[in-house]
Design a protein. Structure first.
Length: 337
């Protein structure tokens, strides 16, 4: 089969012919139809984070396809089912986090395309219990970004407890941000889109943003404060400076939701006096659970969200990475098989 392979952190990704994997106990073999390119895949390929994957590996955690074979012991899935392979490849299922509904905090979890081979390949194996069925009303192209960009931002809005008529500032209107602003609107919020690309801000306006701010030409903190400040600021740009801007855009009682993971071990310096006296909250939000992803698919099937994608072929992986890093992609690249 054809697969994207990270051979080391300093080289271009390779398209290699590798054996089709065999599903083990509790696993399924999925033939890919679509697979999205997440910024996390780029960080993984470059070894950007303190905890690094181990080359060689196959990246990808937005994979959609049909099950072609079942491993031993699989009774909850069937051949022919269309499923999503998401970031949470598996978890222990019995720790305090898993039992409490926070399986994404499990310390024994495996992550697709990072600690185990992922979905940027013609076939992938995955734990049967951790693939999520895709409703018929959701196309495979749309389902791919929803499996990470969607469920990640849905969770961010959920943990922020956005209430109707609150102001939500989305810092970074790209693959994640274009969905985050839609979930904020579904929750009843007034949305401000912040980015440095006019094309992305135009997309944000088309998707219902109440205000947009170009942070390259305008101080977003001053602009948001002139609008009354943000009740919630969601940091989705992989830039440490944007996290600081997001924090300073908050009004009293505001909540900063940290989602993006800039390269290296970036830090956020918080003014203690301002945080305490103004009752501000900082929340770390990781990707959502399997239940969250099922909710994301339900919302999309009901016509509540729109996914903006650019179709590519798998052998365009390196050019696609360049395009994402340059800001040339409005939202999400999806590879079609």
């Amino acid at each position: 089969m054809k697969a994207v392979v990270v051979t080391d952190f300093n080289s271009a990704l390779e398209i290699q012919d590798v054996p089709v994997p065999t599903p083990g106990h509790g696993q399924v073999l999925v033939r890919m139809e679509s697979s999205g390119l997440c910024h996390t895949d780029i960080h993984a390929a470059h070894g950007d984070w303190p905890v690094k994957p181990r080359p060689p590996f196959i990246p990808g955690h937005e994979g959609i396809g049909h099950i072609e074979a079942l491993g031993a012991g699989v009774t909850t899935r069937s051949v022919g089912d269309r499923v999503a392979i998401a970031w949470l490849g598996s978890a222990c299922g019995c720790c305090r986090h898993c039992m409490g509904g926070w399986e994404t905090l499990c310390e024994s979890q495996e992550n697709s395309g990072y600690s185990i081979n992922g979905a940027l390949a013609e076939y992938a194996v995955a734990a049967a219990a951790y693939v999520t069925p895709v409703p018929d009303a959701v196309s495979s192209t749309d389902a791919a970004p929803l499996s990470c960009a969607g469920v990640t931002t849905y969770k961010a809005i959920k943990v922020a407890r956005v209430a109707p008529a609150e102001t939500v500032a989305i810092f970074g209107v790209g693959g994640l941000g274009h969905l985050a602003l839609q979930y904020a609107r579904i929750a009843g919020g007034f949305v401000i889109g912040v980015d440095i690309e006019d094309t992305k801000l135009a997309m944000a306006t088309e998707l219902g943003a109440d205000h947009v701010i170009n942070a390259r030409t305008t101080d977003p903190v001053a602009a948001i404060q002139e609008l009354g400040g943000a009740d919630v600021a969601v940091a989705l740009a992989a830039s440490a400076a944007s996290f600081d801007q997001a924090y300073r855009s908050l009004r009293r009682g505001g909540r900063l939701v940290c989602v993006a993971l800039p390269a290296g071990n970036a830090t956020l310096n918080l003014p203690i006096f301002d945080t305490v006296l103004n009752g501000k909250t900082v929340i770390g939000s990781i990707v959502g659970t399997r239940n969250d992803l099922a909710d994301v698919f339900k919302l999309h099937a009901a016509g509540r969200t729109k996914v903006i994608t650019v179709d590519r072929k798998l052998d365009e992986i390196n050019q696609s990475i360049e395009d994402v890093l340059s800001g040339a992609i409005p939202a999400r690249v999806v590879f079609q098989f």
